[in-house]
Unconditional design. Structure first.
Length: 278
């Protein structure tokens, strides 16, 4: 790991409802990582689109910072509000009102954030670390905009090299140089897509870099899994159905997935959530 990445830079995006997911994700990361974390939380206020689309609050990020500083006093959490930039470019996009929230598009503004690290790991807020994530930062991104894992379903139903955007190791400096995110934002602004920014990222990436499956485990937990991603999935047996269970739905983690691997983290999350509310 080079000197720049002695601190682990991590990016999350969303509204105030992602607090639970980020808290669980960070608790899982600090369980294993020895390095201090440099966490960026990008948010947008879109109450005029839906009343519940409220931005992440300073209170929430200050609490998250206090939690990760218990593990390493040098860790930081930065709250970045890009409402103005988002509305200027994306407010009229047909992808703002889809089955996916407009917050999937917020990460596409990372190149516009002053002080954003030159390399950063974007993580969806329904991801949980199963071991130390530090090794992902050793991935060579020379002349590459991002690295990602193949999408479990997309590689079957769309095309084999279709990548999942839930975990993205981003080369922000190179993205600025090539204007890649600007191009992706324009595609999302002007054309409606089924999986908005994920489709645009896959369509427009000039050169692909693949991360091993273990960095975005979208299906069954394996011994070598580094990050498990609890994304919406399809089950064909014993009958066709969709499954969409999130880490903070603790009872369903047990009853649907029969998964107890993260119980210590979820117990800590429950305790801290009560402390935050009080």
């Amino acid at each position: 790991m080079n000197d720049v990445l002695k601190t682990l830079p991590i990016l999350y995006c969303g509204n105030d409802k992602v607090f639970d997911g980020i808290l669980i994700s960070l608790l899982s990361i600090i369980k294993y990582a020895k390095n201090p974390l440099d966490v960026f939380v990008m948010t947008v206020g879109l109450q005029d689109v839906k009343p519940e689309y409220k931005p992440v609050t300073l209170k929430q990020t200050m609490f998250l910072e206090s939690v990760i500083q218990e593990a390493n006093s040098q860790s930081k959490v930065h709250l970045v509000d890009v409402t103005s930039e988002f509305k200027q470019e994306m407010y009229s996009s047909p992808n703002v009102a889809t089955s996916y929230t407009p917050y999937t598009l917020v990460r596409l503004f990372a190149d516009m954030v002053p002080g954003m690290p030159e390399r950063i790991l974007y993580m969806d807020t329904d991801t949980v670390a199963h071991s130390d994530i530090s090794s992902v930062f050793e991935t060579d991104l020379t002349n590459i905009e991002f690295a990602a894992v193949r999408d479990y379903l997309g590689k079957i139903f769309i095309y084999f090299n279709y990548q999942n955007a839930g975990i993205l190791y981003l080369n922000i400096d190179y993205i600025k140089k090539t204007g890649f995110f600007k191009e992706v934002r324009e595609r999302c602004r002007s054309r409606k897509m089924w999986f908005p920014d994920q489709t645009a990222l896959n369509s427009l990436t000039p050169k692909r870099k693949f991360l091993p499956r273990k960095y975005n485990e979208q299906r069954k937990l394996h011994d070598d899994t580094v990050i498990q991603h609890f994304s919406k999935s399809i089950r064909l047996f014993p009958y066709y159905r969709t499954v969409n269970v999130k880490p903070w739905q603790i009872d369903k983690m047990h009853s649907v997935f029969h998964l107890h691997e993260y119980d210590d983290i979820l117990d800590e999350y429950s305790t801290l959530k009560k402390k935050y509310i009080s």
